[in-house]
Design a protein. Structure first.
Length: 373
């Protein structure tokens, strides 16, 4: 029977993600709109975005947080092009974005001491191959595969190389071992449901030391430059951005950070995410027609939950389209490079009650397109 109740918010996209509960654009602090981002007010708000991020995430006091261009992608590219070169590099990839970093390192930078360890969708590469003497590049959570690293135990505490971690769908939703991460990046539009176009770059003192002691042999465009005359441009990490940011997006991000603080901090957003995931986990366990793309339970993402369905690709597309047409779930088809299936965002901004109402609709849509299990 067709369910009678629908989620209050059908936004289950894995990016941009649902806005926080109770979001109202009219409540944003818009004093900086139409003002220079280099005005005293602009610098204050941008500096707050950096400082409050560090505070809420509980970063070590000597870590730096900066706002950079081009979303998480821009932040990762900045790190790769600015830091890599003096050491052997190992890239661990298991989904489309990680494979993109393989392309950067192997085909664009053409680093002679580069190793790519790539696994199929649903699996992790052999992390025991990580060399403490090498620079490591990896995603913490594979947004397009629903596979994450279970912990940071595979990263050596006494490593000589740097760790560069694309953590965009993990920050504020998963506990991260910051002392293991020399570079971490994320974007506002994932776990906090913020707006696009801006990236966050987190640097450890070890990463700063590399920037100040190593000059890449290739040209760097302006939006990648983190140093001047051999010294870190500290202003970037106080809100003096490289190029013009959207102050509307900054206001939106500060609103999201205030929401995190009201909830009780990052522990609360992690708890909300894990509670959402638990609902889907139970749903999958009770049905033979759906399964996780991630084979190992320890590696299953709690944010971008990727599911396989015992339908052919055309039926999966019809199922996704049917749910959208009913106004029940938007944008939950698998990523274009991933195996056919569903991808349901379970991050902190998603209400558990909405997920509870979505699940009967998944059963209904499966049967409507010809599922027989």
């Amino acid at each position: 029977m067709k369910p009678s109740r629908k989620p209050a918010c059908p936004h289950f996209s894995s990016g941009p993600c649902r806005k926080r509960p109770g979001y109202d654009v009219a409540r944003l602090d818009l004093r900086a709109l139409g003002r220079s981002h280099r005005s005293a007010l602009g610098r204050e708000l941008l500096g707050r975005a950096c400082a409050e991020t560090a505070e809420l995430l509980g970063l070590p006091p000597d870590y730096r947080v900066g706002i950079v261009p081009a979303s998480d992608t821009g932040a990762v590219e900045m790190a790769l092009w600015s830091l890599l070169g003096p050491r052997k590099v190992q890239v661990f990839a298991w989904e489309s974005f990680g494979r993109g970093w393989v392309t950067d390192v192997v085909k664009q930078l053409r680093l002679p001491q580069a190793e790519a360890h790539v696994a199929d969708y649903g699996k992790l590469p052999d992390l025991s191959l990580a060399d403490p003497a090498a620079d490591l590049v990896f995603t913490w959570n594979g947004t397009t595969s629903g596979v994450r690293v279970p912990d940071g135990d595979w990263i050596a505490d006494d490593r000589e190389g740097l760790t560069i971690c694309d953590a965009t769908s993990a920050v504020f939703a998963m506990a991260l071992p910051w002392h293991k991460l020399d570079v971490a990046t994320f974007s506002w539009q994932k776990v906090l449901g913020g707006e696009g176009a801006h990236g966050m770059l987190i640097l450890s003192p070890r990463a700063v030391a590399r920037l100040e002691s190593y000059t890449p042999p290739w040209p760097l465009p302006k939006i990648f430059r983190l140093t001047k005359n051999g010294k870190l441009i500290e202003g970037i990490f106080r809100g003096e951005t490289i190029n013009t940011p959207s102050m509307l997006c900054v206001a939106d991000y500060l609103d999201a950070l205030a929401w995190v603080r009201e909830l009780g901090g990052v522990a609360a957003t992690i708890a909300r995410t894990e509670a959402n995931f638990a609902l889907l986990e139970q749903f999958v366990a009770e049905r033979p027609w759906v399964d996780f793309l991630a084979a190992d339970p320890a590696t299953r993402s709690t944010t971008s939950v990727c599911l396989t369905v015992d339908l052919d690709p055309a039926q999966v597309k019809r199922m996704v389209a049917l749910l959208e047409a009913e106004g029940v779930a938007y944008d939950i088809g698998a990523y274009r490079d991933a195996p056919p299936g569903l991808r349901i965002w379970c991050g902190a901004t998603v209400e558990r009650s909405d997920l509870e109402l979505l699940l009967p609709w998944l059963d209904w849509a499966y049967r409507e397109v010809g599922g027989t299990a």
